[in-house]
Design a protein around this ligand. Structure first.
Ligand code: NAP
Ligand code: MG
Length: 402
């Protein structure tokens, strides 16, 4: 069979630890035998980030803007332990944070549903897609440890020198303080990406913040969503037979638990970070979740929602067998290849992506899976495969489909 050709390069961002091992296996077993892979490769592994003073992360984000589609492997966000482990020059920032800051936009995360992996929440029948705002708030904060008594103020100095001040707190002893910001333009594009994604996927959209307590900050999010909805989307939503629904974050959490799913839940940056982990693990596993960053300019970056699976990597280094689930990383590739196919007008690439996704689902539904899924499946006598054999099993299913 002739290999599928790619017109435009895909930006490939390699990563760290166990997911880096899976990355190579996926390419070797599931991609290069079938596709003439055309990628522009950026090594975001921590060693190379350190060598390039993290320039490689910035370059990869710029390349994503240029080509429009990227696929990213999970990467280490350094902490104190990593400083010693990798002998780092600096505690480099989270690559995801850097890339999101450059591309802006919204992260959409949806569970990959397979028969035999039932959600912990009995009434969840359909996927819940989390739309996470990818800019600002606590991820772009500034913090201070307050050593003792004193006054903390927020000060805004306009370009003409005029000042606005607000007392944060009159400290009588030691404490902590934090400053956060967001930008109207970014909130607007967050709102638009959510409304567009809801129309694209014909799902209702929920949005929630804590506007009763945060009367200016969170309320601005609420107001911007409502204004844009009323002005640009109300009619389109009616036509599509879908709704936009705003409520308080605590009310939303309660309703989500009682719902049957099948909607998009738009969350501020921090809520989205936390809630996507909750929703994905309740749906089965972090490794059964797709994740895509959609920028307001229509640039797409696909990744897995989980981390580098460090514990498995250390076992791997000691020569022990691992059973790490590669589904989310495979779906990052298929998402990116399908989008590349759509943009380039190469339907055979889209078709391949569809089949590879179906091959993953079918392999699991036939009872062949990694340990994380075997522990929670309702299928009887699942076959637990190691990291490589699971990928090989998917290849066998795929070859039968092609
Ligand atoms: P993690 O890599 O997501 O793994 C946490 C645990 O979840 C694992 O130990 C494993 O449980 C389970 N797990 C996650 N993915 C799995 C998979 N594909 N297959 C099977 N089990 C899986 O999170 P972490 O250990 O907190 O973080 C490790 C590194 O990843 C950190 O350096 C962090 O900075 C980075 N990180 C990167 C990203 C990203 O690039 N998007 C996101 C989050 C974290 P068991 O050990 O019980 O088997
Ligand atoms: Mg998280």
């Amino acid at each position: 069979m002739a290999k599928i050709m790619m017109k435009t390069p895909l930006v490939e961002m390699d990563g760290d630890e166990m997911t880096r091992i899976l990355w190579q296996m996926i390419k070797d077993e599931l991609l290069t035998p079938f596709i003439e892979l055309n990628t522009e490769y950026y090594d975001l592994g921590l060693e190379h980030r350190n060598e390039t003073n993290d320039q490689v992360t910035v370059d990869s984000a710029e390349a994503t803007k240029k080509y429009g589609v990227a696929v990213k492997c999970a990467t280490i966000t350094p902490n104190a332990a990593r400083m010693t482990e990798y002998n780092l020059k600096e505690m480099w920032k989270s690559p995801n944070g850097t890339i999101r800051a450059i591309l802006d936009g919204t992260v959409f995360r949806a569970p990959i549903i397979v028969k035999g992996i039932e959600p912990c929440v009995r009434n969840w029948k359909k996927p819940i897609t989390i739309a996470r705002h990818a800019y600002g708030d606590v991820y772009k904060n500034c913090e201070m440890k307050i050593p003792g008594a004193g006054k903390v103020e927020l000060v805004y100095t306009a370009e003409d020198g005029t000042e606005m001040r607000e007392l944060v707190h009159n400290f009588t002893g030691a404490g902590v303080v934090q400053g956060q910001h967001n930008i109207e333009k970014s909130i607007e594009s967050f709102a638009k990406s959510c409304f567009n994604y809801a129309l694209d996927t014909k799902q209702n959209l929920w949005f929630a913040t804590k506007d009763t307590i945060s009367k200016k900050y969170d309320h601005t999010f609420k107001d911007i969503f409502q204004e844009i909805f009323d002005k640009e989307y109300k009619d389109k939503f009616e036509e599509a037979g879908i709704t936009y629904f705003y409520t308080l974050i605590d009310d939303a959490v309660a309703r989500v638990m009682k719902s049957e799913g099948g909607y998009i839940w738009a969350c501020k940056n921090y809520d989205g970070d936390v809630m996507s982990d909750m929703v994905s693990s309740a749906f089965g596993s972090l490794a059964m979740m797709t994740s895509v960053l959609v920028s307001p300019q229509g640039v797409y970056e696909y990744e897995a929602a989980h981390g580098t699976v460090q514990r498995h990597y250390y076992k791997h280094l000691e020569g022990e067998e691992t059973s790490t689930n590669s589904v989310a990383t495979i779906f990052a590739w298929t998402g990116a290849l399908r989008k590349r196919g759509e943009l380039d007008g190469t339907p055979e690439l889209c078709d391949f992506a569809d089949k590879l996704e179906r091959a993953c689902v079918q392999t699991i539904e036939e009872g062949k899976m990694t340990k994380d899924l075997a522990l929670i499946t309702t299928l009887e006598n699942p076959t637990v495969l190691n990291s490589r054999d699971f990928i090989v099993a998917i290849r066998e299913t795929l070859e039968k489909m092609l």
